[in-house]
Design a protein around this ligand. Structure first.
Ligand SMILES: Nc1nc2c(c(=O)[nH]1)N[C@H]1C(S)=C(S)[C@@H](COP(=O)(O)O)O[C@H]1N2
Ligand SMILES: [Mo]
Length: 250
């Protein structure tokens, strides 16, 4: 796995080295032509991705770690631009949820997490309300401007969380889960949202509580959150396990 401690200098040095290396590989590829394409396609997949591509993604991930600017903001829009996005991605949402029984578990500890508290939705509604109109982007190639309301994840963490390097969020059934580094979690546009375009979240959009992380692609914006875990180890991430970059944009 990639480390999280790369400095910008480390990354720059590595980028130069990789560029040199890819020139070399590029030369061979030109000579070998179709044979090298075969090699890329058939290189033994680890975690589902042929290793030449996986190496590049791991490198991207390390560069992400090194260049994150916590002050960067996603662009915001006039509320008149807001539309309802399509309902996309139903992992962990297939069973009907009894909203009266829903609660948010706060977990600590790494491999053997313990439930520290179980919060009702009122605990979220009582935190300072924050609204934002930002573009919601899916890696599949569509986007929509959406007006969100909720509380900042940073306010939630200050009141109920811990200062750990990683924050993991999962659906009540643990079928979908995402991991955030601390800087992304406390970013001012990372929201625990309970309203979309002036209405309470619908079930398909993640009622009663979802994440909206405007700096990142939609996959990180987990719907129907059931648990938040504070941990020192990189949190598990559903799509990272399928081979996507763990950060998915800043
Ligand atoms: N629980 C859960 N959250 C999820 C997903 C999912 O499958 N399950 N899909 C993600 C993806 S890929 C996208 S693009 C957005 C879509 O959010 P929307 O349905 O509100 O448009 O939800 C994200 N959150
Ligand atoms: Mo998506």
């Amino acid at each position: 796995m990639s480390t999280t401690s790369a400095t910008p200098t480390d990354a720059a040095v590595e980028l130069r080295r990789m560029t040199r290396r890819s020139f070399a590989t590029g030369g061979i590829a030109t000579v070998a032509g179709a044979a090298s394409l075969w090699w890329i396609k058939h290189a033994v997949p680890e975690g589902g991705i042929p290793w030449p591509l996986r190496k590049m993604m791991e490198f991207n991930s390390r560069v992400s770690d090194a260049i994150f600017d916590p002050n960067r903001l996603a662009p915001t829009f006039d509320v008149s631009r807001a539309r309802e996005p399509r309902v996309n991605g139903m992992i962990g949402l297939k069973k009907e949820l009894d909203l009266r029984r829903w609660h948010l578990d706060v977990l600590t500890g790494g491999d053997k997490p313990v439930i520290e508290r179980s919060l009702p939705i009122n605990a979220i509604h009582e935190l300072p309300r924050f609204e934002m109109v930002t573009e919601f982007k899916c890696v599949e190639g569509w986007s929509e401007v959406v007006h969100w309301a909720g509380c900042r994840l940073s306010d939630f963490i200050a009141k109920y969380g811990h200062d750990t390097p990683f924050v993991g969020l999962s659906t009540p059934d643990r079928a979908y889960y995402v991991g955030l580094d601390r800087a992304s979690a406390v970013h001012s546009q990372s929201l625990l949202a309970y309203e979309m375009n002036g209405q309470p979240l619908t079930s398909g959009h993640g009622a009663p509580l979802r994440l909206v992380c405007s700096l990142k692609y939609g996959v990180k914006s987990i719907k129907r959150i059931g648990a938040i875990q504070f941990t020192n180890k990189r949190s598990a991430d559903y799509w990272a396990e399928q081979g996507y970059d763990w950060h998915l944009g800043h």
